[in-house]
Design a protein around this ligand. Sequence first.
Ligand SMILES: Nc1c(NC[C@H](O)[C@H](O)[C@H](O)CO)[nH]c(=O)[nH]c1=O
Ligand SMILES: CC(=O)[C@@H](O)COP(=O)(O)O
Length: 163
Amino acid sequence: MASINKNLSDFSHMEVASAAPYRFGIVVSQWNASVTGNLLDGAYTALKQYGALEENIHVMQVPGSYELTSGADILLRNQAWDAVICLGCVIQGETKHFDYICSAVANGITQVALKHNKPVIFGVLTTDDLQQALDRAGGKHGNKGTEAAVTAIQMAALSAKNQ
Ligand SMILES: Nc1c(NC[C@H](O)[C@H](O)[C@H](O)CO)[nH]c(=O)[nH]c1=O
Ligand SMILES: CC(=O)[C@@H](O)COP(=O)(O)O
């Protein structure tokens, strides 16, 4: 398990670019809000920590993780964002529904990124239970929202450098 040996929010090994020049969209799902709210806090805090301006951060809520794809597409077709961060939490239930949502979201987010030629970051927890999710949303394994935000900054800088 990769996370067990790693804090998702420890970027001391990396030189993170300034977020000041860039505009970020954040799409966050309302399912498992106790988790996704923590992911959003981590992402927003990280963007501000690395210099993003509040007026350059826009948050959109969607019902569930399956709708993250549509939310990212709506953001990217309507305004010029330098990167979009998708935050969600999918927790295994009794049926195969979990598998279909996780696959659809991962593939959908990839398709939106390619369609708009913009970084769309997969900040979606896909866990066996709630505790695993809480551990990765500000718990003992850090915060995947923080990780997703730093990834968005790095990709926005990379895109700008290679235009
Ligand atoms: N079970 C979870 C869901 N299910 C809802 C779907 O994401 C979607 O909103 C619905 O199928 C209608 O299209 N969503 C999560 O984000 N997390 C879950 O654990
Ligand atoms: C990931 C889901 O949609 C899941 O939580 C739904 O639960 P179930 O598979 O028991 O219907």
